[in-house]
Design a protein around this ligand. Sequence first.
Ligand code: APR
Length: 259
Amino acid sequence: MSDSPELRRAAEAIRKSRKLAAFTGAGISVESGIPPFRGSNGIWNRYDSSLLDIDRFLRSPARSWEAIKAMFTGFLATADRAPVAPNPAHRVLAKWEAEGRLAGVITQNIDGLHTTAGSRNVIEYHGHCRTMTCLDCGKTVPLTAESTAADVPRCSCGGLLKPDFIFFGEGIPPKAARDAEELAATCDCMVLVGTSGAVYPAAALPPAAKRRGATIVEINPEPTAYTERGVTDVFIARKAGEAMTALDRLVSADGKDGE
Ligand code: APR
């Protein structure tokens, strides 16, 4: 990938940053084989998103669970299939955190790939799909292909099990909300990777960072609400894997020149 002026400007902002944050969406996991929600290959083109409304889930759990399994089984390991793996974009963010360059990742994704890639400070703004919680007794159980084999997975107490990711109409996990707002308010550069900026309150985090003076770098093959509304300062119209790999090369090289 040739080093465009945008890529160089982004690398400079990242290298100079004293508190760098990342904000990621489904697009960062597309090169790991997980489709995005919107756009030509979007999940919402194939499934009715209202099946993930919390009220709908409580009224007709069997329909919702059928859609949940179809949508998210891609990243569940099964007997004959390994789980999906992080791609270079996830790995660069983990590398920057290990180098002390990145303060943390705020992710809207529930696939756990940032953690699998080695990131430690991952704020899972929409929860995750590692476990399910019983809506009657509160017990938590691992979410696996086996524990979700039944049409409507139930707890040993008979209660309904709900995956620990956020359904439409549910609040953001309080600690994740606090940690994300704190990071957005204190970072001096935020790299947006693979998000359409379509869903609130998550979508309000980059503008909040911008208002506090942060430089906003956006990586997305398509322009988004952030690009069009002038939230983005540097727009890199590339896929996540190639853009993040090129940025890491420039940021690391800049560092050596500066020594
Ligand atoms: N690299 C980078 N970006 C990509 C790539 C890629 N290879 N492929 C697609 N994209 C971009 C798309 O252009 C789009 O702008 O990723 C974005 C994905 O947008 P969405 O599918 O809307 O995903 P996201 O922004 O994470 O959605 C937010 O909506 O349905 C809810 O809870 C769900 O967390 C999700 C939230």
